[in-house]
Structure formats: C-alpha cells, structure tokens
Design a protein around this ligand. Structure first.
Ligand SMILES: *Cc1c(COP(=O)(O)O)cnc(C)c1O
Length: 520
C-alpha cells in the first residue's frame, strides 16, 4: 500500500523507484500507441529539457509578477508567440492558464462580467462544443444554449443566429471540435455574433498549435483565428499540439478592454490586495518554464515538421479505416483526429450520399446490431489487447457510437502497424459480434434514475461488471451499458464510480476497486 507520509523519511532514490513502479500501471505516454490524453512529438532529448526547465522554476510563484519577473517575462513571451501564430494584431493581449478548461471558464467569465446587469447571462455553443463550456456555464451560473450541429458535424450559422438573445454574452465554436476534429465555419459565425454585438470565442484548445502549420503545408481549412473579423477571443492549449508538459494553455483577447473583466481583484481583507488574471492564485512557474523551453527548442520550423508527420500519419490511419470492411470514417479527417464508426449493416444501410447523422441506426444504439455489425466497444477492447489505446465515444443525438483517435507526430512511426492491427481487430470484433447485455441489466438501467444512484449501487454494479479488480482493459460491457443510459444517468453512474476510486489511503473505507487490501 503506497503511503505518502511514512513515520520516517525515505531516501530519495527509493522514492523515485516507487514512483516509477506506480507509473508502470499507466497507459504509455510515449510511443504513439495512446490516441487520447497525451501528445508526443517523439523528439529525442525534449523530455529532459522540459524536465530541467520545469525544475528551474518549480518554486516560483505566479501570484505576484513583481516579485517574480521571470515568470512575467515567460508568460508574455508565450502569449506573444500564440498571438503571432494565431492572427493577433497590435492590440492583442492574453493570459497563460493551466489548461483548456481554465481558458474557457475565463473566456466565459470575461464575457459575463462585461455585462454585469443581465439577470441571466447566456452562452451559445454548438452541440459539438467541448464539455468545458458546460462546466464554465455551471460554475459561473451562465445559461447554456446548445445548438445542434448540421449533418456535416459543423456548427450551423443560421441556427446559431436564431439562438442569440439579448442576454447572450458569448457565442463560441471550435477549431476544430475535439470529438470529430472538424473546423466550424468561424468567419460566418463570427460575423453573425459581431452583427448582434456579442463576443465570439474560438475554442482552438485542441488544434490551435497545429492548424496554422497544416495550412502552411497546404491544407485547405477555413480561417479560424484572431485575423477573422468578429473573433474577440481564442484559446489554445500548449499542452496539446505545442507538445509542452501538462498545465499550460493561452487565452487571447482581441484587445485589453475585452480582457479586463477576466481579472478578479479584491482589497476587502487585511492581507495583500489580490489581483488575479486566472483562477489560481499561487501557481507554479514549472509548467510555464517547461513550455518556454519546449517552444524554443522546437521552433517554428520544428512545428512545421511535426505537423507534416502528423498529417501523414492521419492519412495512413484514415486510409486504413476506409480500407477496412466493417468500419468507416465518421468525420472527414481534415485535421488531426481520425473518428471511426461502424458500417451500417447492409439491410438498412443509408444511401451512400446520405449524411451520417441521419443514420437510421443511430438513434437506437442497439439497432443495427445485425450479424455483420462491428460493435465499436468490442473493437476498442480488441485494439487495447493489441496495445492500441483509443477513446470510445457514446452514441449522441443521432450520431452512432464512435472511436476517437487523437493523432500526434509520434504516430508517424506507428501508423502502418496500427493499420494492420485495425484490420485484424475489426475481423475479431465482427466474429465476436456485438455485446449482449444481460436482459435484467438493461431492464434495471431502464428503470434507474440519477437520483436512485447510491454509492452502494455503484459499488455493486462495478463489482458485477468486473471492475472490482482495477483492470479497465475489457470495457465493452461497461461501455455498452453506459451507451444505453441517458446522459443524466451516465453522469451519475460515472460520478459514483470515480468517487469510489477516490478513497484516501489508510482511512477505513471499503477498498476502492484495484486497491490492494489494507495490511497492518
Ligand atoms: C482539450 C480541450 C479542452 C479542454 O482542455 P483541458 O486542457 O483538458 O482542460 C477544451 N476544448 C477543446 C476543443 C479541447 O480539445
């Protein structure tokens, strides 16, 4: 049992060994076999550099830039680089945040607080907008207006225009969307927002550091950055395609007036006057120094090369999906995401030119489960068994279940191998057939409401589904169950499950799944 506070201190080498031992249970952050969560440029020596830079500034506190001007200089450099890459002008300003979610929360806060007299400030996003917008709306008590996307999975300008009300403080869209990797029609949307006098945010958290390079390489993508009239703010995560260690994103604003309501200031207590541009007060300089080192080491030309490798890997993976009977590309692989879905079974396959979102099998995840259909959740397990870790996505509003692949430069070295394994995994998944959920489980799930989900129920379900051992590699059954659960129930079940996992060591709770039994 891993304990954080031993009676007596432990030698450093032993501590590091223990940490490395713990890390062995993790999915591989490097090597191009994990298609979510991590971004690997596969550049020799870069990790060592970032690590060393992180150490230089780990104890520096971003709370007060007058005390630590080094951090201010580094942040200004990062914001400047982002502004230059992403169409910023002479008035552009920005902030360094801890990640995309924080950038989005702050974009929403700035918009909300720019109009303090509204009773119900509102945020308009496409249904493919990142979940972090919903989190921002929730935290900030801003009403969320979600506009369905078109059959092409892109934000719908006319429907967006219709959703704007006098209380709308912000309209947002993605470049590209995380789930499908498609770029929303930013110029049209921004023009609509501008005409109504509403701020418009481009969520380029995912692709902001790679789209400019893909375009330089010749990719035909719509304009999406601050050079587009009407775009008032833009977020870009450096811990994604800038390949920095975790904990760095940039939020850009067209000008200082737009940024001002992002700040929080408070002098009404006996301590120091607190002025915060971001959510945290005390924050480490480590991730920021590591980001500066990463950008300076790779350089503009280096990012062109990384984008080229990524683009080529996307092409290999997309071709493999297209060539594999039983699966199809669900979204055009126009950026760095490959998103695949099961072929509709022959009997009720839509006409070749029918838009994917109209797939008749899509509304009912159980439909289309004929003999030939590939169960995406079984496929994800089969890929995992071959050392490829993908991200299953549940069926959603007419969209079937899909598998998401975030492709990074490291995949350049593994794409061909993946292509071979994909064909094999699909064949195995086909032979296996779709997951058949026990009838009583389906009935139980149908009768459950989120309010009925208790810790005991979750613990029993986790045990019954084989999650008690902490092995999360055979997830088809679990995913199939979650897939038929309405969103609210899925949220409640997974919240309960996470809460079950998050148990302090050395306190007498029932052991979490996967935890070794407590020994005296
Ligand atoms: C990753 C991502 C976010 C959230 O970023 P975090 O760094 O995970 O907080 C927001 N929007 C998009 C499009 C993303 O891909």
């Amino acid at each position: 049992m891993f304990e954080a506070l031993p009676d007596k201190g432990v030698p450093g080498e032993q501590v590091l060994d223990e940490l490395r031992e713990l890390r062995r249970a993790d999915l591989p952050t490097h090597g191009g076999r994990l298609f979510a969560y991590v971004y690997d440029p596969a550049l020799e020596g870069l990790d060592d550099l970032a690590r060393a830079a992180h150490a230089v500034s780990a104890h520096v506190n971003g709370l007060d830039p007058t005390a630590f001007p080094s951090l201010l200089a580094m942040e200004n450099a990062l914001v400047g680089a982002a502004a230059k890459l992403l169409g910023g002008g002479p008035e552009t300003v920005g902030s360094v945040t801890s990640g995309g979610t924080e950038s989005l929360i702050l974009a929403v806060k700035a918009a909300r607080d720019s109009r303090p007299h509204l009773t119900t400030p509102r945020l308009v996003i496409p249904s493919t907008g990142h979940a972090a917008f919903a989190k921002a709306a929730h935290y900030l008590r801003v009403a969320l207006d979600v506009v369905p996307v078109g059959a092409d999975l892109r934000a719908d300008p006319a429907a967006t225009a219709a959703a704007i009300t006098p209380e709308t403080v912000l309209v947002a869209a993605s470049a590209p969307s995380y789930a499908h990797g498609v770029v929303d029609p930013i110029p049209e949307l921004a023009a609509i927002a501008a005409e109504r006098g509403v701020r418009f945010h481009v969520d380029a958290c995912f692709g902001g550091w790679v789209l400019p390079y893909l375009r330089r390489l010749g990719a035909v993508l719509p304009d999406f950055d601050l050079s587009v009239p009407g775009v008032t703010s833009l977020s870009v995560d450096l811990h994604k395609y800038a390949y920095t260690p975790k904990g760095v994103s940039v939020l850009l604003h067209r000008d200082e007036t737009l940024r001002l309501p992002q700040y929080f200031a408070y002098a009404g207590w006996p301590g120091y006057t607190m002025i915060n541009p971001v959510i945290s007060s005390t924050r480490s300089g480590g991730p920021i120094a590591a980001a500066v080192a990463t950008l300076r080491s790779i350089g503009d030309a280096g990012y062109v090369e990384l984008a080229e490798r990524t683009r080529d890997a996307v092409a290999v993976l997309a071709a493999a999906v297209t060539a594999t009977e039983g699966v199809r590309l669900f979204a055009p692989p126009e950026t760095t995401v490959v998103c695949l879905a099961a072929d509709a079974p022959a009997a009720d396959a839509p006409a070749a030119d029918a838009p994917a979102a109209d797939d008749p099998a899509a509304d009912d995840p159980a439909a289309g489960a004929g003999e030939q259909a590939v169960d995406l959740f079984v496929l994800a397990d089969e890929l995992a068994a071959r050392g490829w870790h993908t991200q299953p996505q549940m069926a959603f509003e007419g969209m079937p279940a899909s598998i998401h692949l975030t492709v990074t430069a490291a995949v350049g070295a593994t794409a061909d191998e993946f292509a071979g394994d994909l064909a094999e995994a699909v064949a195995t998944a086909r032979a296996h057939g779709p997951v058949r959920l026990p009838e009583e489980l389906v009935a139980a799930a149908g009768a459950l409401t989120p309010e009925m989900v208790t810790p005991e129920l979750v613990a029993g379900l986790a045990e019954g589904l084989g999650l008690g051992g902490g092995d999360f590699t055979k997830m088809a059954m679990v995913n199939s169950l979650l897939n038929i659960a309405p969103a609210g129930l899925r949220e409640a079940l997974l919240t309960g499950f996470l809460s079950l996992l998050q148990r302090p060591v050395g306190v007498a709770h029932a052991p979490a799944p996967g935890a070794a039994p407590v020994t005296e």
